[in-house]
Design a protein around this ligand. Sequence first.
Ligand SMILES: *Cc1c(COP(=O)(O)O)cnc(C)c1O
Length: 416
Amino acid sequence: MKKSKSSELFDTAKNLMPGGVSSPVRAIKPYPFYTKKAGGSKIITEDDEILTDCCMAYGPLLLGHSPQCVKEAIRNQVEKGWIYGTPSETEIKLAKIIIRDYPSIDMCRFVSSGSEATMAAIRLARGFTKKKDIIKIEGGFHGAHDGVLIQAGSGATTMGVPDSAGVIPDIVSHTAQVPYNDLESLESIISKSDDIAAFIIEPVMGNVGPILPGDDYLQEVRKITKENDVLLICDEVICGYRVGIGGAQVKYNISPDLTTLGKIVGGGLPIGVFGGRRDIMEMVAPAGPVYQAGTFSGNPLSMSAGIAMLEYIHKNSLIYQKLDENTRIIHESIPKGHSCSFVRLGSMFKLFFRDSPPRNYIEAKQSDTQKFGEFWKKMLKEGIFLPPSQFETNFISSAHTDEDIEKIAGAYSRCL
Ligand SMILES: *Cc1c(COP(=O)(O)O)cnc(C)c1O
């Protein structure tokens, strides 16, 4: 039998890159399909299959693959150069949009990935408070750096290596974990220590689900952290501009001390942002003593792509209603009587193979991953690409047409 091009490429890649891939979640068994090109809601594979994408690069592509507005912005910028090593006006423009959209952000710093943003935000919180420990949500994912690699969601969970080798226990011993949607555990940890610099949380858990916050959970989190002088860091790398302009913090009406952004705000190019209260941000070098730096930080190409993306969203904010409507249609296509639960928020959604929507990581982990695996393969045969893990959020974009949504909905009902 003739081998597929993807399979051949993967055979070569395996010897060149660990696991054949540049990021673990892309390692699909027995081999991942290779993408030749992508546009709108579609991925075209090296074997010329056309797939309807519900992964959307794990979050950045709110407007679909290679949207016209971002493409033009990138083209225009390329003519003027893509990295200067000096400030450029593009940084000011993007900062102004973000600061206007996020009332809790007075100042921000651009970096090149979400991981870099959370790493810097945590260092900043420690530098500002002069305290050592942080609290995170059990299973919450904040990137791939040492201090947060404890039973993280996403790649780490799926691969069955909750603790990464190479992470020194001393570092992790300064990171405590509490279950999502559990105020008692949070209060209990906070009451036992006065050395807690910050609580970092994805307001909507995007890397295990989505898992949604219970009534008033986030408001109570804000209250508890404020009363105990613990900084609140909202990691909105996924939900920023995904659940709406101003992200989850505007939707749920909370005001964190620091916020991290990434994914959507770079229009699909590498980016990370951390920002927040002026008195805290002014601690960042060169204004203050907390060091942070990067060769590619604020590069004009990512800035221009981000500006184009966010300006488009502002001019077309009705897309959020349409996205919400579209995941509702998918939800309603799920036949009754299966032991599964559908969770959605705007353009984020997931079918969990368990009876009720999970409220935290442990509950999500009770899902039947074998069933998910079978379901995932069937969906791919129907031409629908879902993220290849029970613990990754599915996304749709504004480029998904009514026809796409009908196709996805139909596939859900057939494959179940
Ligand atoms: C993706 C993600 C990160 C890491 O961002 P990278 O750009 O992949 O480094 C951090 N936090 C959350 C919530 C994310 O979803």
